[in-house]
Design a protein around this ligand. Sequence first.
Ligand SMILES: *[C@@H]1O[C@H](CO)[C@@H](O)[C@H](O)[C@H]1NC(C)=O
Length: 393
Amino acid sequence: MRFSSITALALASLATAQEVSPTPTGCTVDPEATYAKSAKLPDPFLLADGKRLATKDEWACKRAEIRDQIQRYELGPKPAKPTVSATASGGKINIVSSEGGKSASFSVSIKLPSGGAAPYPAVIAFEGTSIPVPAGVATITFPNHEVAADDPRGKGKFYDLYGSSHSAGALIAWAWGVSRVVDALEQLGADATKIDAKRLAVTGCSRNGKGALIAGAFDDRIALVLPQEGGSGGPGCWRIVADIKKNGTKTEDATQIINGDSWFAKAFTTYAPDTTVLPYDHHMLMALVAPRGLLVIENSGIDYLGPISTYGCSVAARLVYESLGAKDAMGISQASHGNSHCQMPSSQNSEVAAFFNKFLLGQSSVATDVVKTDGKFTWWADQWIGWTAPKLS
Ligand SMILES: *[C@@H]1O[C@H](CO)[C@@H](O)[C@H](O)[C@H]1NC(C)=O
């Protein structure tokens, strides 16, 4: 990888709304690159060729590398935009995706807010929301399991279009579906949909929390990402959760996850038993969202979600935000509410509201600098983070 001809394009690309921001000139991803094993979380500021990042332009190259790695090792490929046509009527948008003589369609339903004025910002919710959505924000319900089933593998609209043996797992297929929803909103326009496609959030809980994070990480048009109780496979880091399990606490680690639902690509089976071979971990997945809004909403009361893993992994991701001068755009809120999975306690309301207000409702001065947990664990940063965060110029 060379940087001789890098321009200011990278920075501009982070601000413009495209599904995949273009990478700067001279920035290539080497699919043949080999990586040393790493017990600690890999350095998000180190390129495959050994160069350490110094500029935001170079971060744009690293992003391209991370996108490639996570798809290749874990999620499977997210196909490029097919031909999309959409129609809006009766509170629904029907979205038809076509490619190679095949087509597949699904619908989303839109609930407009009672307050505010059109065009409204909107939250795309994987099968509905379990966080409080403020007045003035529309809800678009995305039927992710229609796009790709948990089980059996290869079933759903995505696979109708791309073939049942396509190597994408359900999570990246869901992300593809969310991108088609954004395409439809852009194409139809605010007059037809009453939605402002430049002010979109995505949310979901549990498996859908993993899905919401991945959808936001892989579509740069989404302004705010609100994964709730996604646990491992979402904001959790594979390496940390493996250590929790080794220490004797029952939790959802990579080996278990690939033996269950078809969320991940089959390729991940090779890496799951020893995730220290991965050149990334999920702190880098979360860093793909930077500098856009990201609030990680987690439950510290369920061991299965790996509380120290989601917390520590998020702390590591936030260092990338900090390097980009966007620390306050990423928040971490972890609260214990026992086994009431996906029932967010009111103690987390204020940060959810703050992120909506800042990133969707234009209240730029709202404070979003939140890192909180009531988890009964001690986070040893030095055990997991062997790098320091440079100030990227
Ligand atoms: C596992 O136990 C070791 C030894 O007590 C400790 O150093 C480490 O931090 C623990 N891992 C996690 C993820 O809590």
